[in-house]
Write a protein that binds this ligand. Structure first.
Ligand code: HGY
Ligand code: MN
Ligand code: MN
Ligand code: MN
Length: 414
């Protein structure tokens, strides 16, 4: 089968218009997006995406986790489809491109196949995975995780947001709780286009990241138990200060990550104080430590050291310390054959490229457990993401989607 010709390109103007149109839904307060999963804004974004898929002649399937599967028929209806997608939900202070570029880039590939009269042998399925971000309902990549058999449906339905609302109820409320059995679908292959969310491609002036691996992660939920007391009248020696223990653990996590450079990170993004009153010492402090590394031994070693040192920090303070892993995946190796398709496509199209390990987790990490999977990345300005100032150029969006287009055509067979 001949490779797609180097002049085969997507419609970059239409792609950019779609990105800007989607960005109007669930606007943030500083130019980005707040389209958190299962909110009315998410429902509005899903409806717009469905309208566009209807216009492109795609048929829709929705599973029990609200994952949207938009199918373009191939010449061989019995052939397993090639799945291409990402997520439309965002962080509370998210950007316009994290996830969205992957969903709308996949849609653009299908729109371009329609324009060019291309019929692939394998069907193509464009995917919008529910709740990749895990901001409102932890953990992240929840729906692709259920799809891959990592989480049960009951576990997912029972996840609660900070207002105590249940995932399953909210999914039903917005009208996207499908009947299709989650995980029943079989994929021939899975591709995901995503912004890098890191500084490497821009710094090295490379247009394409050929993603060979994704670093592994642990999310460790710490519950520290102190004693509620008056911040003013309680003498220092009489305090059981969970907040102080938390601060020392944060410092220790930073030190452990720095001792494991260059390929390790560690930090905390969310903390809850109870009762969270400015003149009450916290009786309880809950936070999630996020550690990551592409090196399996480093990843698991950091976890062991952090848990041991946290206990040593808490004991002399009289603070109780409980730890529970609430998210994890080992470092991911993506499918070499698909990675080669991405690299060959970048070469053919004349885009500068370099192999890359993904720093962020993606739905592709769970897809890789059930099918050959890989990713295509484009740069983002300053490597910034999970920030409303997240930015890319139309040229970067087009380059990533052109490469995705060629790699998908290669696997789906034209
Ligand atoms: O946490 C992550 O890496 C992704 O943004 N869910
Ligand atoms: Mn993402
Ligand atoms: Mn994200
Ligand atoms: Mn493991």
């Amino acid at each position: 089968m001949p490779a797609p010709g180097e002049n085969l390109r997507i419609n970059s103007a239409r792609l950019w218009d779609s990105l800007m149109e989607m960005a109007k839904i669930g606007p943030g307060v500083a130019g980005g997006n707040n389209r958190q999963t299962l909110t009315d804004a998410d429902a509005e974004g899903r409806a717009l995406f469905k309208r566009w898929c209807d216009d492109a002649g795609l048929s829709m399937g929705v599973d029990q986790m609200g994952n949207m599967f938009m199918r373009r028929e191939g010449s061989d209806p019995d052939a397993l489809p090639v799945y291409v997608g990402s997520h439309l939900d965002t962080q509370p202070t998210g950007g316009k491109y994290d996830g969205v570029l992957g969903v709308l880039g996949a849609l653009e590939c299908v729109r371009s196949m329609n324009d060019l009269g291309i019929r692939t042998r394998h069907p193509i399925v464009v995917v919008n995975w529910t709740n990749e971000e895990g901001a409102r309902f932890a953990p992240a990549m929840l729906a692709s995780g259920v799809f891959a058999g990592v989480h049960s449906l009951d576990y997912a339905y029972g996840r609660e947001d900070l207002e105590g609302k249940r995932f399953g109820d909210e999914l039903a409320r917005i009208g996207w709780k499908g009947d299709e059995e989650v995980g029943a679908r079989k994929m021939h292959a899975y591709y995901e286009l995503h912004i890098e969310q890191g500084p490497i491609l821009e710094a090295e002036e490379k247009e394409i990241g050929v993603v060979t691996h994704c670093q592994g992660l642990w999310w460790l939920e710490f519950t520290l138990t102190g004693k509620e007391a008056h911040t003013g009248s309680t003498p220092m020696p009489m305090r059981t200060n969970a907040g102080l223990a938390m601060a020392r653990i944060f410092e220790m996590v930073q030190e452990v990550a720095m001792e494991n450079q260059p390929d390790a990170v560690g930090g905390v993004g969310q903390v809850t104080f109870t009762p969270n009153s400015r003149n009450v010492l916290p009786g309880k402090v809950v936070f999630t430590v996020d550690i990551r590394s592409p090196d399996q031994a480093k990843l698991d070693g950091m976890r062991a050291v952090i848990e041991a040192k946290a206990a040593e920090i808490c004991a002399p303070l009289g603070v109780g310390c409980a730890v529970e892993p609430v998210g994890h995946f080992d470092p991911v190796t993506f499918a070499p054959e698909l990675v080669s398709n991405v690299r060959a496509a970048a070469e053919r199209l004349g885009y500068t490229h370099r192999d890359l390990i993904s720093g962020a987790g993606h739905d592709a990490c769970w897809a890789a457990k059930v099918a050959p999977a890989t990713m295509v990345m484009c740069p983002c300005v300053g490597g910034l993401s999970h920030n409303e100032a997240e930015e890319i150029s139309p040229e970067w969006a087009a380059a990533g989607t052109d490469v995705l287009f060629h790699a998908v055509l290669e696997t789906a067979e034209i």
